[in-house]
Write a protein that binds this ligand. Structure first.
Ligand SMILES: NC(=O)c1ccc[n+]([C@@H]2O[C@H](COP(=O)([O-])OP(=O)(O)OC[C@H]3O[C@@H](n4cnc5c(N)ncnc54)[C@H](O)[C@@H]3O)[C@@H](O)[C@H]2O)c1
Length: 244
């Protein structure tokens, strides 16, 4: 494990440099309608991409070069799996190799009409076990704005307590809710502008670099708890600046 960075700018700069040089490994947790197109998008941009899904059948299928998501090109899966750009695992054993994690697991509704965060908690907990300096974790699952700060952050901090890793100095956390619209032939993963809010300023820079690395238009908001996500979504494609 690399040594802890001495300032937020050190860790953030290193992470951004790795992204710019295409040396960063992208990790996608949950290879469904959201995660698989995202993983393919990074592989297409030349990034080594590690997909992690607990569903062993999905992992087997992808390893065989087979696709199961309509919006994903069969040929892309065959090519990227064959040349090793897209690797898939059903465990988190290789999670420390990842520089940027996208958490794309389900958030079904509970009977009380709240998002069931069980999958998010489990995925983040698994990521947290392998947390190392320089990593960025981006929550993509659909949930309420406070989830990143109130649920994800404590899980990461509990795990990082022993290693003395600090959020915003050693590792970074952001929320960028997925906006994919399966079946939409005009806007697909990579061409849909995204909105992102990070926990810290340094995290915002790394998040912006990570999302732009996929060729995606990014609109940063002040933090993951920002209350105006909805109005932001309505206008995001009409704005040309990256900061509001
Ligand atoms: N599908 C859409 O059109 C869409 C659009 C916008 C947002 N979203 C949101 O994106 C999130 C993901 O949705 P989806 O449609 O891709 O779900 P999905 O069910 O298609 O895929 C989720 C995948 O996550 C895997 N998974 C579950 N727990 C895991 C864990 N702990 N570790 C690793 N993998 C795990 C599952 O095996 C599954 O393959 C949800 O919050 C959803 O609301 C979906």
């Amino acid at each position: 494990m690399a040594a802890s960075a001495s300032s937020p700018s050190d860790a953030a700069r290193t992470a951004q440099d790795r992204l710019q040089a295409h040396e960063a490994t992208i990790g996608v947790v949950g290879l469904g309608y959201v995660g698989l197109p995202l993983a393919v998008q990074y592989a297409r941009r030349g990034f080594e991409t590690l997909g992690i899904d607990l569903d062993a059948r999905r992992v087997q299928c992808l390893r065989a070069g087979d696709n199961y998501i309509d919006d994903v090109d069969d040929e892309d899966i065959q090519t990227f799996v064959a040349d090793g750009r897209l690797q898939v695992e059903s465990s988190f054993e290789r999670a420390a190799e990842v520089d940027v994690f996208f958490v794309c697991v389900p958030t079904p509704m509970t009977d009380a009409k709240n998002p069931d965060l069980t999958y998010v908690e489990s995925a983040v907990d698994s990521v947290a076990q392998h947390l190392r300096p320089g990593q960025l974790i981006v929550l993509k699952s659909t949930t309420y704005p406070g989830t990143t700060d109130e649920v994800v952050r404590p899980l990461l901090e509990a795990s990082a307590a022993d290693t003395h890793l600090e959020i915003g100095r050693d590792y970074f956390l952001a929320f960028s809710p997925e906006r994919i619209d399966p079946g939409n032939e005009t806007y697909q993963a990579g061409t849909i502008p995204v909105v992102a809010g990070a926990m810290t300023d340094a995290g915002a820079s790394v998040t912006e670099a990570a999302l732009r690395a996929a060729g995606t238009e990014v609109h940063l908001v002040p933090n993951p708890k920002w209350q105006r996500w909805r109005s932001c979504w309505k206008t995001s494609s009409a704005r040309s600046t990256s900061r509001w």
